[in-house]
Design a protein around this ligand. Structure first.
Ligand code: NCD
Length: 325
């Protein structure tokens, strides 16, 4: 049987990604990780293509990671900052996107505080027949597909099997701890980790870990211990205060006392447990500094490094997609 070919022009959500698509992303990311390890970590693959970054919300890692990924592939990049753009003069987001498309932009990387904005722009690209692709770089509380893909690549790469494959996570227990309610990272990770056959346990206060998330095929815990017990990997999430429009917690100190990850608490996990965090981390709140800085325990810097290779893979695959019909 021949390997199916990548056929998506946009990456908006992981909800309907098939296992074979994850495998293509993992394999392509591994090839680009090898490129990044060379003395000259650059290839001409996307020479002449234009990648525009439209970040309507704050970002350090994701924005720089996409920009570096595009540059490592020799694409030209355009950077849009809402504060200094024509949005200030009353232009709509769709008109901003159309302006960039009229400059023959091939890929739009979009982050927005409202869920659904990347989808809307993707629909407009299709309606206009531009052939441009859209990547969701985080939309509101909805999804953050490339963060989950780089987490997946990091988790699978941790397994001795080479090249990294989804099968590495079959039967693994993964605990995701913190503010699930406001987290686009949690939702995208649940889709990818479930597709990999991992068991996903969510933990946090009832106000931030709604029972309804069970419908995604995960276990819910309002106490930390059962989620951490025998976990192979623990992913910490930040309290996303910028998205909290009510009081969800008595205090940060109280939160840390009940749900903060510490070395002692991680001793409930499997020996050799590894810690992940998408960043930015609030030290002393969702976890202690000593564990995030411990290279034996923490995969955080691998997540950031792998992010560039994974985003190169996504930019490459979307640019070369064989669109059906
Ligand atoms: C996350 C995000 O923006 O959703 N960060 C990231 O992209 N690395 C998580 C967060 O903001 O807490």
């Amino acid at each position: 049987m021949s390997t199916p070919q990548w056929h998506r022009r946009h990456l908006l959500s992981l909800a309907d990604l098939e296992p074979w698509e994850y495998e293509i992303i993992l394999q392509t990311s591994a090839s680009f990780a090898e490129v990044l390890s060379r003395p000259t970590p650059k290839v001409p693959t996307l020479q002449g293509r234009v990648v525009a970054m439209l970040f309507f919300e704050a970002s350090t890692r994701t924005r720089n990671s996409f920009e570096l990924a595009a540059k490592r592939l020799s694409a030209d990049t355009l950077n849009f900052s809402p504060g200094t753009s024509a949005l200030n003069k009353g232009e709509t987001i769709l008109d901003t996107a159309k302006t960039l498309l009229a400059m023959n932009t091939n890929l739009l990387v979009i982050r927005h505080q409202y869920s659904g904005v990347p989808q809307q722009i993707a629909q407009e690209c299709d309606r206009l027949g531009t052939g441009a692709g859209v990547i969701n770089a985080g939309d509101g509380q909805h999804e953050h597909p490339t963060q989950a893909l780089l987490d997946l690549f990091t988790l699978c790469s941790h397994h001795p099997a080479r090249p990294p494959s989804l099968t590495a996570l079959q039967g693994c227990k993964i605990a995701i701890v913190g503010d699930i309610l406001h987290s686009r990272v949690a939702r995208s990770n649940i889709y990818s980790l479930r597709a990999a056959g991992a068991t996903v346990h969510l933990a946090g206060p009832p106000t931030l870990v709604p029972r309804a998330w069970q419908e995604l095929g995960v276990a819910i815990h309002w106490e930390l211990a059962p989620a951490l017990k025998d976990a192979h990997f623990v992913m910490a999430l930040r309290l996303q205060k910028e998205r909290m429009h009510q009081h969800f917690l008595p205090s940060l100190r109280e939160y840390h006392r009940e749900y903060g990850l510490t070395r002692e608490r991680l001793s409930l996990c499997q020996p050799g447990v590894k810690l992940l965090h998408p960043g930015p981390a609030n030290r002393g709140v969702e976890l202690t500094s000593d564990i995030i800085d411990d290279p034996e325990l923490s995969l955080v810097s691998q997540q950031v490094s792998n992010g560039v290779a994974v985003r190169m893979a996504v930019l490459y695959l979307l640019s070369t997609a064989k669109i059906k019909g």
